[in-house]
Design a protein around this ligand. Structure first.
Ligand code: HEM
Length: 360
């Protein structure tokens, strides 16, 4: 049964990689011994790794916890970097290879689980930790409808040392400190907002340990712009037991949903509010900006001249074309608009009573 399902997945992957190849490259295709087509023979070795990831990490192609945490892991690995030096090797896989050190960092709460899940799968491959981890982020993200097909470059050397502590922003940090950390790693405020698109497929386990898997928006299995809307809605409650709150969270608009303090303050700050608002119901802008910022993130600290573009091994995500909507019972009157100079998009409201968002 499991074998039949895996064979089915491989067949679909084969078919889509052929058409993807034709659509995206002009170079002479290489047909791998496994039947897939790619722009560069060196990428052939990755197709079996992608199948392995799908079956052993992502429940056969789901946009679930494995996929979400693979994306978070790529950020926590890569941001261990400074354009001024001295803060780690960037997107080098050090968080996987030196997991015993990096999972102890305060901002890495809950990361031990995905490191434990990925390590035995990584060890079945010949990839370096950095190539494995950043390919897993691209493949996991591709399982989420609406996501961009992220770039994947092959050839990162093995990491030489763990990243130092205190390179990863925390939800209790101020906007100034978060933007300073992103700038130190080479990212503009707009790129920081673009990267936060990732919270559209996110949930928290450790912010409030009493309510694991509490999502940040009401559509955490879809890579849509709902997160940018819901973070702006007036807060009413905390999702924890008896309305209790934890450091790093602020009032959320929906029962069962968690709002990170950092997302909220970034949505309200004059340096970032307009770009945040522009993402709402603007799927194409959102995924193009996220894709570009992720391409930069996943290459931090790497010598790109030595890397091979294997983006065509990444599955093609299903598209998301619907207009996003206010959750039931909400309207524009509930929006905490922080960019009055731009028109706020006109959105419909889902019918019915205010929802309770289920854990993911
Ligand atoms: C200001 C910067 C950021 C802060 C303060 C932040 C903070 C957090 C926190 C506190 C969680 C919940 C952890 C838990 O309780 O389990 C989380 C989850 C997550 N974050 Fe971020 N984050 C930031 C930026 C990013 C970026 C840039 C990415 C990716 C490019 C990212 C991807 C994710 C994902 C995918 C999850 C969900 C993981 C899961 O559901 O297992 N975050 N983030």
């Amino acid at each position: 049964m499991a074998f039949t399902r895996l064979a089915g997945i491989i067949a679909i992957a084969l078919a889509s990689s052929h058409s993807a190849y034709a659509a995206t490259t002009g170079a002479k295709p290489v047909t791998c011994s496994t039947g897939q087509v790619t722009a560069n023979a060196a990428c052939c070795a990755l197709f079996p790794v992608v199948s392995l990831m799908q079956s052993q990490l992502f429940d056969n192609g789901e946009c679930g916890e494995g996929a979400h945490s693979a994306l978070r892991l790529s950020f926590h690995d890569a941001i261990g970097f400074s354009i001024h030096g001295g803060k780690g090797g960037g997107a080098d896989g050090s968080i996987l290879q030196f997991g015993d050190v990096e999972t102890q960092f305060h901002a890495n709460g809950g990361i031990d689980e995905i490191v434990d899940d990925q390590t035995p799968v990584w060890q079945q491959t010949n990839l370096t930790a950095g190539d494995f981890l950043h390919l897993a982020a691209a493949v996991g993200t591709a399982n989420c409808p609406g996501a961009p097909r992220l770039q994947f470059m092959l050839g990162r050397p093995a990491p030489v040392a763990p990243a130092p502590d205190l390179t990863i922003p925390e939800p209790t940090d101020s906007v100034t400190s978060i933007l300073a950390r992103f700038a130190d790693a080479g990212f503009s405020p707009r790129e920081a907002v673009a990267l936060l698109t990732s919270h559209t497929i996110a949930a928290a386990d450790v912010v409030d340990p009493a309510i694991p898997r509490t999502p940040f928006d009401s559509t955490s299995a879809t890579f849509d712009s709902q997160i940018f809307l819901e973070v702006l809605l007036k807060g009413r409650l905390f999702p924890g037991p008896n309305n209790s709150s934890q450091p790093g969270e602020v009032l959320s608009p929906l029962a069962g949903e968690m709002r990170l303090q950092s997302d909220f303050v970034i949505s309200q700050d004059s340096r970032t509010a307009c770009f945040w608002q522009q993402m709402i119901n603007n799927q194409q802008l959102m995924i193009s900006q996220f894709k570009a910022a992720m391409a930069k993130l996943q290459l931090l600290g790497q010598n790109t001249a030595h890397l091979i573009d294997c983006s065509d091994v990444v599955p093609i995500p299903r598209s998301f074309t619907q207009a996003i909507k206010y959750p039931a019972s909400f309207s524009q009157a509930d929006v905490q608009i922080a960019c009055p100079q731009l028109p706020f998009p006109s959105l419909a409201t889902v019918a019915g009573p205010a929802p309770t968002v289920a854990p993911v």
